[in-house]
Write a new protein. Structure first.
Length: 648
């Protein structure tokens, strides 16, 4: 396939390797067509400084026992929560050797589009948050090829379809009103602003608005309450679960449990709500409360036997809580008879905790119980061995799978290829890839993306082009993860303008970027490219796409303002974060406060110190207060004397 040459940009010549930029852009252009240069945005007009006021109201006590609602059958799980027959089936025709323990040693926060989009025109967007479970044979492993940045994105199909059917105009008006209230400060009346709009409330609109502010629990919760009190709308199980997820992710556990109680009184309880709560408590290390929610689930009639037990184990396993998972496993094994998934989750917990000795013991315990490890179990152990730097043992298990079964699947090969690529062993990675094809195991997008990243890091851009072309020829076109990998390669080489061109090609293909896409591009412009205007343009583009900035987004954006000598704008966005219920970002607060000290504005630091203190970040509050006191004592003040002359 002929590749049309694409000229390198000035940024590539100044900040990185022009050949790398040309090869990557040519590779993407061979599939997508040439992309135009990214226009610079118009000047951004900052909002005036908003004063800081206090939150907030007390919440109900944790984990009380709600009244028992009518029994509701749990919903049918989405396809990604069920094991694939090809990957999760038990192999019955081969023997399994004992696994010897001795072998393992120890922004302007608005959602409206501005006139003249800085990058692209706005587009409706919806991505539902995935619940946890055993998605398929490969996904029981401890990670996926795309990395942690995409772990939040999922495909709750009924939620996505509902949100997509909502009116974009109504969603835009509601989200703009919420964003303006957040910008106005904590004392603004969100309820009055929404009532003045009188939007036609529906499940679709509520879901879309909640998703737009899924990282901002305060305005989301206020909107959720207003929707219920406005009349004419009753929250459904889906909208309740969405709000439970937002509160759980923000670790607002008292509000989360109170909402689950409310679901019980409204007869809207579901298994998903309990799963979300259990996972949220496990992510925070609140094991007792996670077990308490599990018991509450049983008391409310949502006990599916060992399947419910497995949900708790998986939540613990995903957080690497091996010791806690073992304690729960031993405590409840008399109540539930553990199955293969139970042992797999326990082994995954130890693998994520990097305790391979205990993982090996769980393996042997499975065999003693007469269970045959399937491909999911083998993949989990292989990934644990690779993460624990035990490659020889991982290769031995891989060879055992080929000899005695179960046969390796695509994820088994992908894990080994990814490990070779991380170590720069591209020849070994290609040998493994060729062996995968000889075994008639079809590579997927994750496999090709691993090769693409490996060749990109090795600066073998001719091979990057070849991999991209082969993906299309084999009917496995690049997805959003592939384009994110290309963008990351360019941003790591200080080529933000070229990364923006790859981003445009990604959009033209109809692929939706993730929050990580924008965070990488902003960081590249602000901190590496030193292009303040384009960093702000990426921030605006993110909002126009309907993607809610998370803590990392604000951290990059605020650091960009501080780095470019704009402390007042940085202060405004710190306030905005706190108004949304987020924690103060991890930035250089000494430099931030010193900039205000030079400007002679002690009142701003005092107010910000008080605001951050009320948000619970006492260390940052002390930094602001100390700098305000230093500034007060050091700044020279002029006072009139009796003669009318001015003196210091």
């Amino acid at each position: 396939m002929a590749v049309k040459p694409i000229p390198t940009t000035a940024a590539a010549a100044l900040h990185g390797d022009p050949q790398v930029a040309a090869a990557l852009l040519a590779a993407a252009g061979a599939l997508r067509g040439d992309g135009d240069a990214v226009p610079l945005p118009d000047a951004l007009h900052p909002r005036p400084h908003h004063r800081l006021l206090r939150p907030h109201c007390p919440l109900p006590p944790l984990l009380p026992h709600p009244s028992r609602p009518p029994h509701l059958s749990p919903p049918v799980p989405p396809p990604y929560l069920t094991s694939s027959s090809s990957g999760a089936g038990i192999h019955r025709g081969a023997g399994v050797a004992q696994f010897p323990s001795c072998a393992i040693r120890p922004l302007l926060a608005r959602s409206r589009a501005l006139p003249g989009s800085p990058l692209l025109a706005p587009q409706a967007f919806w991505v539902a948050d995935a619940l946890f479970g055993f998605p398929a044979a490969r996904c029981l492993s401890t990670s996926i090829a795309s990395g942690d940045e995409d772990s939040e994105s999922g495909s709750l199909e009924q939620d996505a379809a509902a949100a997509a059917s909502s009116s974009p105009e109504d969603v835009a008006r509601v989200c703009a009103a919420i964003a303006d209230v957040v910008a106005a400060g904590a004392d603004a009346n969100l309820e009055a602003a929404l009532s003045a709009l009188s939007p036609p409330l529906s499940e679709e609109l509520v879901l879309a608005a909640l998703d737009r502010f899924k990282h901002a629990h305060k305005p989301s919760h206020r909107f959720f309450r207003w929707a219920a009190a406005s009349g004419g709308f009753v929250h459904t199980t889906i909208t309740y679960c969405k709000m439970v997820h937002i509160l759980g992710k923000a670790r607002q556990f008292e509000s989360m449990v109170a909402l689950i109680q409310e679901m019980g009184k409204a007869g809207a309880l579901s298994m998903d709500a309990f799963k979300i709560a259990i996972k949220s408590f496990c992510a925070a290390g609140e094991i007792k409360n996670a077990v308490g929610v599990f018991e509450l689930m049983r008391k409310n009639g949502f006990d599916d036997g060992v399947e419910s037990f497995n949900c708790l184990l998986v939540a613990l396993a995903q957080e690497g809580l091996g010791k806690e998972a073992r304690q729960v496993f031993d405590k409840m094994r008399d109540r539930y008879i553990p199955d293969l998934r139970s042992y797999t989750a326990l082994m995954m917990a130890w693998c994520n905790a990097r305790n391979l000795v205990e993982a090996g013991r769980v393996w042997n315990e499975m065999l003693e119980k007469g269970m045959k490890p399937d491909v999911v179990v083998h993949n989990t152990m292989i990934e644990g061995l690779l993460r624990g730097q035990r490659r020889p043992e991982a290769v031995k298990m891989f060879e055992l799978m080929k000899a005695k079964g179960p046969p390796p699947n695509a994820w088994t090969y992908t894990m080994l290829i990814r490990d070779h690529c991380k170590r720069g062993k591209m020849d070994m990675a290609m040998r493994c890839f060729e062996e995968m094809q000889e075994a008639r195991c079809q590579p997927d997008v994750a496999t090709y993306t691993c090769l693409l990243v490996g060749y990109g890091n090795a600066k073998r851009m001719d091979r990057v082009t070849a991999v991209l072309e082969e993906m299309t020829q084999k009917g496995c076109p690049p997805d959003a993860r592939t384009y994110n990998a290309l963008i990351k390669l360019l941003t790591n080489r200080n080529m933000p303008d070229d990364a923006a061109r790859i981003y445009k090609k990604m959009i033209k293909k109809g692929l939706e970027p993730t929050i990580h896409t924008y965070n990488m591009m902003m960081k590249s412009y602000f901190l590496r490219g030193r292009n303040y205007a384009m960093g702000c343009a990426v921030w605006e583009e993110m909002h126009q796409k309907g993607i809610c900035p998370d803590v990392n987004s604000y951290t990059v954006f605020i650091n960009g303002h501080i780095r470019h000598g704009r402390p007042e704008e940085a202060c405004r966005y710190i306030e905005e974060m706190i108004n949304k219920g987020m924690k103060a970002p991890q930035i250089d607060y000494n430099k931030f406060a010193a900039d205000f000290s030079k400007a002679g504005k002690p009142e701003i630091l005092y107010e910000l110190a008080q605001k951050v203190k009320f948000a619970g970040n006492f260390d940052v509050s002390n930094v602001f207060h100390q700098w305000a006191e230093k500034m007060k004592s050091r700044v020279k003040r002029t006072v009139p004397n009796q003669t009318g002359n001015r003196m210091f």
